[in-house]
Write a protein that binds this ligand. Structure first.
Ligand code: SUD
Ligand code: ADP
Length: 278
């Protein structure tokens, strides 16, 4: 049975409905414009006050991370304690999202850990110190802390909330290969193809791009088959790769169309999640 003080936070997968890379900055990072969205599918982080710190991994993708000494969850908890105190915690991560796959699993886990600790210790989610911790943990962590559809600029930390598309049926498909974010940015061709537009979110996303798709496809050609299969499904509004890949997504007109696509696209080596936008 769970301790009554346990706080359970969802770590929802992040999608980049569009991702425009504008230029490489002197600090090595790339200036982005991106449409962040979240889906109703992800990892779970459970945090319980305890005598001593502990961290346990469970769930279908736990084994991928088990060998790594460092985890974004424990890093987030350490940074939180340095800033706000709060003592020791038992933290459990239930890992449902494929690792290094462009849907921000690690970033969402870090943000969920910060949200859970903030709830336990009475820290306001709008506290600038909490945002600063998120920002230092990774480019996607501020967006995951906000956890809602938003236009992201800079490395993704300058966020402006957006309305639209909540509930849209969505299918996520990963070809079963992990892709390094740094390697994909490094392989970007350096050409600025222009900003993200304004107006209706779906229309803006549809005319937008993911500029990391060509370099990711060069590194992981398995992405080609996923994108082609998604784009060919009836009722698709948008099919695209998310982040630096290799997970791709499609937005559908109806749940029936999404479910029919999911049934068609099942392959032993592909990971699928039928979900909806939040
Ligand atoms: C591409 C995006 C789009 O949302 O998503 P993912 O593919 O990771 O999901 C993000 O910008 C990734 O964010 P995140 O995964 O937190 O990246 P970080 O840890 O900050 O950076 C990893 C590495 O990617 C490169 N990087 C990252 C962000 C950025 N704007 N420019 C970069 O050049 C840098 O080489 C950096 O060392
Ligand atoms: N809780 C975590 N979940 C996933 N990856 C993690 C986690 N903690 C640390 N990492 C490291 O972060 C890297 C990027 O992971 P992830 O956030 O899943 O990918 P992406 O940034 O492509 O969306 C992984 O290769 C892994 O080494």
């Amino acid at each position: 049975m769970h301790d009554l003080r346990t706080v359970t936070e969802p770590a929802r997968a992040k999608l980049n409905l569009a991702l425009h890379v504008r230029h490489r900055r002197p600090d090595g990072y790339h200036e982005l414009e991106t449409l962040f969205a979240f889906v109703d599918h992800g990892d779970l982080v459970r945090v319980t006050p305890a005598e001593t710190d502990s961290f346990t991994l469970a769930g279908p993708f736990a084994a991928v991370l088990a060998g790594e000494g460092d985890n974004l969850v424990t890093r987030a908890a350490t940074r939180f304690r340095e800033a706000f105190g709060g003592g020791a915690h038992a933290i459990e991560l239930e890992k449902h999202l494929p690792v290094a796959s462009g849907i921000g699993g690690g970033s969402a886990d870090a943000a969920a850990t910060l949200r859970a600790l903030a709830a336990l210790h009475g820290v306001d989610l709008a506290d600038p110190k909490l945002f600063a911790i998120a920002d230092a943990l990774g480019s996607d962590v501020p967006a995951c802390l906000l956890g809602r559809t938003a236009l992201g600029r800079g490395r993704g930390e300058r966020l402006a909330p957006l309305e639209g598309l909540a509930g849209t049926p969505t299918l996520l498909v990963n070809p079963g290969v992990g892709v390094s974010t740094a390697a994909v940015f490094k392989a970007w061709d350096g050409e600025d193809r222009g900003p993200i537009g304004a107006g209706d979110l779906l229309a803006v996303a549809q005319v937008g791009r993911n500029d990391l798709e060509p370099p990711a496809r060069a590194i992981a050609p398995a992405i080609d088959a996923v994108l082609a299969a998604l784009a060919a499904q009836p009722g698709v509004l948008l099919a695209r790769m998310s982040g630096s890949g290799a997970t791709c997504f499609a937005l559908f007109e109806t749940e029936a169309a999404r479910d029919a696509a999911a049934a068609t696209l099942r392959r032993p080596e592909w990971w699928l999640a039928a979900t909806r936008l939040c």
